[in-house]
Design a protein around this ligand. Structure first.
Ligand code: ZN
Length: 190
């Protein structure tokens, strides 16, 4: 499965829209990603999970960890493919934590998996939480990297597909300057 095949799966399922969008941040973008729309298909989630796992099959990964909610489905599939444990981090009072009795053994070999890496901020925060909990974070992975490969998460990182997505202030938006109608995803009629 190449990068183009991954992106094609996103297009087919409406998980990747191209046009003129206003994001929840208020910025305008020519691409809108909603991974849940491709991951609603278990076979697709399984295949992305296997593909990510393939990159780490010789790394003796013992546990896959994803930040909730976005990473849960694909992280679980990666863990299944690697025969590893799967747990997740979630925010408690704004801080990324392991809850629900989840623990790591000292130096347990961890792979962090997300659906999309944008700035890398939440991945980095997840990695720091896991290191503080005694884990040895071997690498991080995502289905999509929308940072053009720029995000630095403090660990080696791979993605199945890389997108160069621009998000700009409306005042600097070329599509607005052309007078293109802006779409708010989620309120879009199917
Ligand atoms: Zn615009």
């Amino acid at each position: 499965m190449g990068s183009e095949d991954v992106i094609e799966k996103f297009r087919e399922t409406g998980a990747l829209l191209e046009g003129h969008f206003v994001l929840t941040s208020g910025l305008h973008s020519n691409v809108y990603l909603q991974c849940a729309l491709v991951l609603q298909h278990p076979k697709q989630a399984e295949s992305f999970g296997r593909e990510i796992a393939e990159n780490f099959k010789d790394q003796n990964i013992q546990v896959v960890v994803s930040p909730a909610i976005g990473g849960l489905i694909v992280g679980h599939e990666v863990a299944r493919a690697l025969g590893a444990r799967f747990i997740w981090t979630e925010r408690e009072n704004g801080k990324m934590t392991l809850r629900r009795g989840f623990t790591l053994s000292p130096n347990e070999r961890v792979l962090v998996v997300e659906d999309v890496v944008t700035t890398g901020g939440s991945t980095r925060e997840t990695i720091e939480t896991l290191q503080a909990s005694g884990g040895q974070v071997i690498a991080a992975a995502s289905i999509i990297d929308r940072s053009s490969g720029q995000a630095d998460v403090g660990a080696p990182r791979i993605a199945l597909a890389t997108l160069n997505v621009e998000a700009v202030e409306p005042a600097n938006c070329a599509a607005c300057a052309r007078g293109d109608v802006v779409i708010k995803p989620g309120s879009r009629k199917q």
